[in-house]
Design a protein around this ligand. Structure first.
Ligand code: PHE
Ligand code: ZN
Length: 881
């Protein structure tokens, strides 16, 4: 395997670049198979470093045509060139000009890194190390340069020519059928933010006037005929621009901001300076083609990429170990934006669900890594839930610890102090230490130590002394390469409820009034005493999920039911009900495995009933209350010796019990929530649709004939994609001819719309029935399925491996065999997507022995196979390690 030969990169080995590049002039002549790239670099030795004898430039699968130094061709003995590296053996001591010509074949680029074709367009993807697939360059984020790009192309092949920055010039090339455009980006940037696009694209235009009165031209480029579907993305962009001015004081800094939607993209989107490139899934929406979840996804990804302009682009990462410097912070910013635009508690619940379903399993398995890793073999594999989502949680804790005002001051200082730099986590945290005058060195452990801390809370009420004592202790589990851990700084927001469910004022014995209601655990164990508590209170702790931990509190089921009804913290209201539900589910998994019928606490059913009755709740919040934990969350709660069939059966049986228990009431509410009038994507009406969909799920959990009718009617009477998909999803769980007919109907309606067909693929891939694997294999033969398109692969194969636990983890191991075969084939085309699919095995060691053995065999078989990419080899080695 390649990765075992390749040396890991270590943070401790960081050295500033030996040479700096001041300017880059690129001439790119676009051609489907023979694109020529001429790069002129102004190079000088880095004064901060003793310059080594040679200048080394990165390359990846490059074909060198020529290289000149200060205008003269370099003799053969003055340089060495391979597809991976260009070495200038004795560069001049003073600054000099290097001119390099390379040739590429965009049509043959299936990795979707560097310059490639997507649909009828040319586009680029350079993060993290894709620029070296275009030209030889010191391809590292701490080399920042000013770029000027001249693009030429056939006028018909690529009427639109875009690059970073502002357009300087464009025109025809006389006596040819080609034209050109010159783009200049005045802001020095790292190579990973470089982008060009060429093609036949339609444009949706708008403009935005910034707070200082600068007019910015906004453009969203899409496939011809689809500009009408970009209006929501444009609206989200303008709202993002306003919000970043208002909340973070950040203004946009170029005359244009362009977004291009492409249909072949490895990730969600990319923040290239002034020219964001998006997976079209996160741009295109209409009521007929996109669900409420799609709209929310577009809003947050548009915001995320736009916010990168300051947190990522103006201030970038010194090296890739600092990836969370831009990603964790930018996720935090987009979460805050969505909270302000929609409902804060509902957004928080959704984010915590994501964290628990993706980051927690990662953090408790063989792929666990610190938010700032100190070593990697393949950087592409570190765009993880840990770096993004846990990274955002760290920022949130920082804000909780020092307070909103100091947090804002710290951010301002960061923007001030580091604008134009490539910097580190230490430099970022120092800004907050400086403004708050707090020592944040222990807090830094959140970046260094992997693993989800387990926090135990025990309470003792003393009626005579009128005190409530909290005993709080933490344990950070061992993770790969980190057998022992130090205690972390854990901010715990908490409250005490009286008998009527009202918040009591909190007075801590030592610290006086705890105004913000936050206690900080910074040792292995610590005690806190609340005084003046005249009756036994109910404790609500880790309110708002103030720390990304696993909380083990000695709260009784009675108290949890009480919190579920009364907690003034809506997050913890939801959390309390989830907790009791999980406790019940764990018991019923045990019962099922012992061959018994699970017996549910009737109080749980009543709790669901009262959530439904409470008309004062926001619809979207009620929908969250009525949604059971996911299979992943239940699996995590059990922790070991997992039988996915029992987990699935326990959830299904509870859903059926709830459905039956609240049927009459649920049906009435379901009917009352029917939409009337035209579709609006806003939070309020989306919330109504989501509550109705959750009720549909409960009402159809019995999978009987009436259930099928209800789901089919929901599907057929839908006037928008959200309702259509809710109906289809509910019906997909009910075997029978009705389901197959509706699936056919859906295909007939939407067969020409790839993004909509992805929903059809992924719903079917997730059907938890014996023949799921055969169905997936059949769907792979659909004319529009292709292993070359990441969205199709994720929709079908990804949903099977990640969203169909009973069938992926079939006891006979055929699910594993299938995935491994696909990965083997895909690895030759697109290693990044292949490696991502492989992470479906991340929790294999927690499975019961039979499945564990089959998973291991499949993984070993893949490891023993032919030429593995470094991406797949890296995940394999760590997963098996
Ligand atoms: N930097 C992108 C984002 O989070 C993600 C990305 C990484 C896209 C690598 C492409 C390649 O916003
Ligand atoms: Zn990002």
């Amino acid at each position: 395997m390649r990765s075992e030969d390749a040396r890991p990169v270590r943070l401790a080995d960081y050295q500033p670049p030996a040479f700096l590049i001041d300017t880059v002039e690129l001439g790119i002549d676009l051609d489907r198979h023979r694109t020529r790239v001429r790069s002129v670099l102004r190079v000088r030795a880095n004064p901060e470093r003793q310059a080594p004898a040679a200048l080394e430039l990165d390359g990846d699968e490059l074909k060198l045509l020529s290289v000149k130094l200060d205008g003269r061709p370099l003799p053969a003995d003055a340089h060495e060139a391979t597809a991976q590296k260009l070495t200038i053996l004795q560069p001049p001591a003073e600054s000099f000009t290097l001119e390099i010509e390379t040739e590429l074949d965009p049509s043959a680029n299936t990795k979707l890194m560097g310059l490639y074709r997507s649909g009828s367009a040319y586009c680029t993807q350079c993060e993290a190390e894709g620029f070296r697939r275009i030209t030889y360059f010191p391809d590292r984020p701490d080399v920042m340069a000013v770029y000027t790009v001249t693009l030429t192309a056939d006028r018909d092949d690529a009427p639109v020519l875009l690059a970073n920055g502002n357009l300087q010039q464009k025109g025809e090339i006389p006596e040819t059928n080609r034209h050109f455009a010159v783009w200049h980006d005045p802001h020095p940037k790292p190579s990973y933010l470089f982008a060009v696009v060429g093609g036949n694209l339609d444009r949706l235009s708008d403009s935005f006037t910034t707070m200082s009165g600068r007019k910015v031209e906004l453009g969203i480029y899409v496939e011809p005929g689809k500009a009408g579907r970009a209006t929501y993305a444009m609206d989200a962009l303008k709202r993002s621009m306003v919000w970043d001015e208002k909340v973070f004081g950040r203004e946009y800094d170029l005359d244009v901001f362009n977004i291009v939607a492409v249909s072949d993209f490895n990730m969600g989107a990319m923040e290239n300076k002034g020219l964001n490139v998006f997976n079209d899934k996160y741009v295109l929406a209409s009521p007929e083609t996109a669900t409420d979840a799609d709209y929310a996804g577009i809003e947050s990804v548009i915001a995320h990429e736009y916010f990168h302009n300051w947190t990522g682009n103006r201030i970038t990462c010194r090296d890739w170990f600092q990836l969370c410097l831009k990603e964790g912070l930018t996720v935090f910013r987009d979460q805050e934006f969505s909270s302000d635009e929609r409902s804060r508690p509902v957004k928080r619940i959704a984010d915590v669900r994501t964290l628990r379903s993706h980051q927690f399993p990662e953090d408790s398995g063989p792929l666990a890594h610190p938010v700032r890793p100190d070593t990697y073999r393949e950087i592409n594999n570190f765009y993880t839930a840990t770096i993004y989502e846990k990274g955002a949680e760290i920022i949130r804790m920082l804000k909780t610890l020092i307070g909103a005002d100091l947090f804002a001051k710290g951010m301002d200082l960061y923007f001030d102090r580091h604008d134009g730099q490539a910097t580190t986590i230490e430099a970022f945290i120092a800004c907050f230490a400086d403004v708050s005058k707090q020592d944040l060195s222990q807090f830094m452990l959140w970046y260094a130590q992997a693993g989800t801390p387990e926090v135990q809370v025990q309470t003792r009420y003393d009626a005579e002394a009128k005190t409530l004592h909290l005993d709080v202790a933490q344990k950070v589990p061992a993770t790969p390469g980190q057998p022992t851990k130090k205690p972390m700084v854990v901010p715990l927001a908490f409250g005490l409820l009286d008998q009527d469910g009202r918040d009591l004022p909190i007075r801590l014995a030592d610290d006086g009034w705890a105004e913000n209601g936050v206690i900080v655990l910074d040792q292995e164990q610590k005690g806190f005493t609340c005084t003046g508590v005249s009756a036994r209170p109910v404790l609500s702790v880790n309110r708002g999920f103030s720390a990304p931990i696993r909380l083990i509190a000695d709260i009784t089921e009675d108290d949890l039911f009480f919190l579920a009804r009364h907690d003034s913290d809506f997050f913890n209201r939801w959390e309390a009900l989830q907790k009791v539900t999980l406790r019940e589910l764990v018991k019923s998994v045990d019962a099922i495995r012992a061959g018994e019928t699970p017996a549910t606490d009737p109080r749980l059913i009543s709790a669901f009933a009262s959530s439904l009755e409470d008309q004062s709740l926001e619809h979207a919040f009620a929908a969250q209350l009525l949604t059971l934990p996911s299979e992943v969350e239940l699996t995590l709660e059990i922790g070991r010796d997992i039988d996915p069939d029992a987990v699935h059966a326990a959830l299904l049986s509870l859903r059926q019990e709830i459905g039956a228990g609240i049927a009459a009431q649920a049906l009435e509410r379901y009917r009352s929530l029917q939409d009337s009038g035209p579709f609006v994507p806003g939070a309020a009406s989306a919330g109504r649709r989501s509550l109705r969909a959750v009720l549909l799920g409960l009402l159809t959990a019995s999978h009987g004939k009436e259930a099928a009718e209800l789901a089919a009617t929901h599907y057929r009477s839908a006037t928008n994609m959200t309702d259509r998909i809710s109906g289809l999803a509910a019906l997909s769980r009910i075997p029978g001819t009705e389901r197959e007919e509706v699936l056919k109907d859906f295909r007939a309606r939407y067969r020409n719309d790839a993004l909509v067909m992805d929903k059809w693929l992924s719903i079917q891939a997730a059907i938890p029935e014996e023949d799921a694997l055969d169905r997936v294999k059949r769907l792979m033969k659909e004319p529009d399925f292709s292993l070359s398109n990441p969205n199709r692969v994720r929709a079908l194969i990804g949903s099977f491996a990640g969203g169909n636990p009973t069938q992926f983890h079939r006891a006979d191991g055929t699910g594993y065999q299938f995935l491994v075969r696909i990965i083997d084939e895909l690895d030759a085309k697109n290693p990044q997507v292949a490696a991502r699919l492989l992470t479906a095995f991340r929790s294999w060691r927690t499975l019961e022995a039979g499945r564990r053995a089959r998973a291991e065999a499949a993984l070993k078989q893949l490891a023993g196979g032919g030429n593995r990419s470094s991406d797949v080899a890296d995940i394999l080695t760590r997963t098996l390690g």
